[in-house]
Ligand binder design. Structure first.
Ligand code: HPA
Length: 240
């Protein structure tokens, strides 16, 4: 039992998928896992463990934003000895190259959060994905029938969903950022600190330039594709 997760030692699998929304965690567990059981309901931030093709897998909600992600990721790595976390989330597309329903695999994450500025006393730090996981996810995505385009590149992990200064995001886009979300930077930094593997895979739920949004049904379908990519990338392309 850690401060925010009420699991017993050994209840959490070495591989954890992390959606932001705890109800998504339940949906993933019910849709993809066999024999899933809930190990924590603290603050309604559900976590489940079951098996996928015989491999133990957990799904844990992260909540929204970097402080929340950092709490859950830290406890998973430090208290439950989790080896691999794959964030399966949503993001907003920032460029015309990226369309709604596409998948963005975050090779690295920029941020306006002060968390790393405090950690490194003002120095910049570049939070990046685990390279092996990133490579595996790209290979898995390329081999799948291409329902939606898959992009690999930088995301912007913003602290504010309702961003006050859109022109700064525009400047980020001029420097190669593809999409905006709110958690990858904290996940990558926390994983690095604990010498564990992490990757963020996001489906594009809305387009910041065009205002286009996906329906709840579409989000569920593209979300499912992303979960498949995450599981196969983390467990090997042909996991039994
Ligand atoms: N901003 C931040 N996070 C998001 C967005 C967004 O527009 N869409 C999905 N996650």
């Amino acid at each position: 039992m850690s401060t925010h997760i009420s699991a017993a030692p050994g209840d959490v699998a070495p591989l954890v998928l992390m959606p932001g929304d705890p109800l998504r965690a339940r949906w993933i567990a019910e849709t993809f896992l066999d024999d899933a059981r809930c190990y924590s309901e603290v603050r309604g931030m559900h976590g489940f463990t079951g098996t996928w093709r015989g491999h133990p897998v957990s799904v844990q909600g992260s909540g929204m934003g970097q402080p929340s992600m950092a709490i859950y990721a830290t406890e998973l790595f430090a208290e439950y000895d989790v080896a691999t976390v794959v964030r399966v989330g949503s993001c907003g597309a920032l460029t015309e190259q990226v369309g709604v329903r596409d998948v963005v695999i975050a090779s690295g994450a920029c941020t306006d959060s002060a968390m790393n500025r405090v950690r490194f006393e003002g120095l910049d730090y570049a939070p990046v994905a685990d390279f092996g996981l990133l490579r595996a996810a790209v290979e898995v995505a390329e081999q799948r029938p291409a329902a939606h385009a898959v992009h690999v590149g930088l995301v912007f992990s913003g602290d504010s969903f309702y961003a006050a200064r859109g022109e700064l995001v525009t400047r980020m886009v001029e420097h190669g950022v593809l999409a905006i979300e709110m958690e990858a930077s904290a996940l990558y930094t926390t994983a690095a600190r604990h010498r564990r593997r992490a990757l963020a895979i996001c489906t594009v739920s809305d387009h910041i330039l065009t205002g286009e949004e996906t329906s709840a049904r579409e989000r569920e379908q593209t979300f499912g594709e992303m979960v498949e990519i995450a599981l196969r990338a983390a467990l090997g392309p042909d996991p039994g």
